[in-house]
Design a protein. Sequence first.
Length: 251
Amino acid sequence: MASTTGTSKYRAVRDSLLERISSMRVGDRLPSETVLCDEFEVSRITLRHAVDGLVQDGRLIREHGRGTFVSAPRPGVHYPERFADVVTGFHRQQTSAGHTVTTRVLRQELVPAGEKVARLLDLPVGGSVVELVRLRYVNGQLHQHVVTYLPYERFPETVTTDFTSGSLYDHLHERYGVTLTRNDLTVRVEEATPDVALNLDVEVGLRLLSVASTVLDADERPVAFGTARHTPLNSEIDLSLRMAGPAPQEA
């Protein structure tokens, strides 16, 4: 492991364990301390410190004489997405709050734009778009299923860029100089389709909170259209509205 200080080693081990937990099922057992210490190239003290933190967070549970197991996330823990005056994106919001965001990319490929996607992205029907399907985790807890579409001609590298740990919006800004200035939202309740239910590990037909989002740049050009679906456990969104211009004077 490249980390050199105790704090950075601990953080690196914790992040690696969270990523691993995200792909495991509740009740799965972690490898032994010896195996993990060899894998991460850290001392038992550093490893135990990282594991202790995840036990306190409710992500792991120790059973004497048996080992350490993945546990169910504590109910009532919310990581709401906030929509206010600045378009920041979910990844930056959560990491700025000190949380660890990990992503499992389910699909990343070129597809023809359907009528709705073409209209929202100002493209011809059938035009090439990048379809990016992801599961987003916060502190190891599955948070949302997200499907995003981007114009391929404008952002060709998004079909191959690794988004398992980074921010899509940061990539668009750093690689293409895009500054997002507007986010049009539609919030509704919809039933989980078989595909979404499978990936969110919920029953087909369960009512989910769905947030459809179209983001635009400083030139009012559509950059991306996506839909994030949240289970009832994580169905919480914060909205902040501010009056534009000076307040009207009272008569």
